[in-house]
Design a protein around this ligand. Sequence first.
Ligand SMILES: Nc1ncnc2c1ncn2[C@@H]1O[C@H](COP(=O)(O)OP(=O)(O)OP(=O)(O)O)[C@@H](O)[C@H]1O
Ligand SMILES: [Mg+2]
Length: 184
Amino acid sequence: MTKTSESNSLTPFERIDESGCVHLSLASPEDTEALGAHLARHSPWAPQGGVLSAYLHGELGAGKTSLAQALLRALGVTGRIPSPSYTLVEPYDTPHGRVLHIDLYRLNAVDELEALGLRDQWLDCALLLIEWPEKGGSGLPACDLRIELAVAGQGRRATLCATSDRGREWLGGVCGNAVEGAPR
Ligand SMILES: Nc1ncnc2c1ncn2[C@@H]1O[C@H](COP(=O)(O)OP(=O)(O)OP(=O)(O)O)[C@@H](O)[C@H]1O
Ligand SMILES: [Mg+2]
């Protein structure tokens, strides 16, 4: 994800494709941070409530936590933002409402979601950022934006796919900015 001279605009190497996905090259951790900030800036908050959900897929070390941390930071979260890999869930109160950063890698069975009280917690949330969502199976709220991260050389490759109307609004906001003034 290359920054252009315009503040925080991005250069995707592909636009949104016919599947509703966009592909980005994140050459450095700073690029991952910039993507997190863009996602925060363009989140389609619902004034009447309703949880927005981003599923973060990718192998160990792909950058899921880094992206979530950057998004949270851009939402105004101050202080340490720990990985939820041991606690499974870390809550944050932001001006837009409560955000849950969830990591299900250590979940043993889908019914543990109930035992952890996660289902009760996410009802009142504005945004869920879920690492290892595949571990939660059908027990999770529907996905709005699916983000896949993969190691690519020294950097990362990101694929963002909208999977709902709100997801399309979200990705459109990010990419509207992304293509602004940026060469292909
Ligand atoms: N675009 C990038 N290029 C190179 N390194 C990156 C990039 N983005 C993040 N990283 C680095 O990748 C490392 C692992 O990141 P992170 O902990 O976010 O991965 P993760 O996907 O959450 O892993 P896990 O599945 O173990 O939770 C960190 O050191 C981070 O700085
Ligand atoms: Mg992680």
